[in-house]
Design a protein around this ligand. Sequence first.
Ligand code: G16
Length: 546
Amino acid sequence: EHPPTIMQAVSDLQSDLNSLLGHRSQPGPLSYGTAGFRGKAETLHEAVLRCGMLAACRSHSLAGRAVGVMVTASHNPAPDNGLKLVEPDGSMLHKDWEVAATEFVNAFDNPPAALAKMVKLEDVPRQGKAVVLIGWDTRKSSAVLVDLACQGVEVMGGTVIKLGLVTTPQLHFSLRARDRKEASALEDYYTALRRAFGKLVREKRAVLPPLAVDCANGVGAVAIDAIRSALPAIAVVNRANDGPLNKNCGADFVQKQRKMPEIYSKAVPKCKMWASLDGDADRLVMFEKRDGGIALADGDRFAALVTQFISKHMKQGGVGGLSLAVAQTAYSNGAATEFLSKLQGVQVVTAKTGVKHLEKAVRKFDIGVYWEPNGHGTVLFSDKAVGELTSAKAKLAGEHDGSQQKRSLSTLLAVSALANQAVGDGVADLLLILAILSREDMTTSEWLRLYEERRSSNVVVRVTDKSVIVTEDCDRLVKEPAALRDAIAKASDEEGCRAFVRPSGTEDVVRVYAEAPVKREGKANEMALEIARAVYRLCGGVGERL
Ligand code: G16
């Protein structure tokens, strides 16, 4: 007796599925975007139910390895919601399944046929072993969506494990740990962070200055509370429901507006050093409060500090034979790219916007650092790198613990234990940055002086259909419409200047980025505005004329 295949299961369920699916309407086609499906929460019911089904099928296809569903719209406003699907090893959903998911959520004529066709699971037995881990952030709409996702999993014969209210990186961590048969409970996550941070800072603990963390009125505060015993002086503001999620606060607001976040909590801390997480705590930026504004340490600055630290310890640890790469996106500031390119033994690569692309770009190396300026990033150590570091350290077992080589090897191993090995993690990144600053005896001001950023400007434009813009060369060039490509080339035709345009994968906007040399004050803004006008004119701009 062979167990029934998914294909049979789908046809057995045909009548149930027909009554389950296709009743709620969706406003136009949904696309998987930069990081999953997003939209106004009430428009996503159908898609979320189907993603639950798809997640169970993905798990069936992997012989029951657990797949993840995170219900969140991350940095988007509170009325939005969304869903990120995660592979058993904690990485982003496989590309083929992204395509399958997109086709399935948009198929209204014959959903079961679409599921069967897209998922192509004819030969995959349905043994009732599929497991789906579900987590969610603090949005009010999450409860309804989680129920629908669970229904979807169960209808495909899968088992749901509810992780509950978690940060997105915690869901990725749990999946990866479970897949590797390591401790995967939330408490294990916190223990791992506290322990690795302790090892990394060691006697330098007292050097850390007071810090305030803005949690975007989201789930991040829960995680910060759980690790705060590791930090000497930390104030937590904008906790879940202190104010509207991500509104005028959080990592996205601070990075894009370069302004102090609004503080919704009663007491406003008087710290100089600040950090901002986003709504699901997978992004972090830091800043120094200064008269009249802030000095921002964005993802580029994180990459610079972390890569410099790792490359130094690789050399001192005698493991320079391991490859070290850092991945950036088109949004990365040219000055950061220049700084990184000068570091010894470091390969700098560019990837398309989106963690899924950056991760893929650095997985080819033994140690890979990636950061987007918006604050998504981490350091990934291959199993080979961890193995070599461990055995190099073991060879020095007889040596004094204070030997530089041994210290450097321990340092690198502590970094590998602290940095989330599945995905960028705002909370783990905060500990990593604080530990490195402390180890290097570096103040935030000194960190901010590692390089002088070129002037840059970000503008958004609304258009009727953002998909008319097609990009190439890791988003650095517009392929279509040709007239827009020419307009960008003309506007940025000056030495040291560059600009590009790409449709957002998480919001209904087109993003314009422009960069100019430090001495060309105002030029970046000028270029961005000129290009934004071209987008408006050539691509069906809507709303207020720029
Ligand atoms: C998501 C991705 C990020 C990416 C961002 C870009 O962020 O996870 O890797 O940088 O989208 O957004 P857009 O396509 O709108 O420019 P998040 O924090 O919203 O999950």
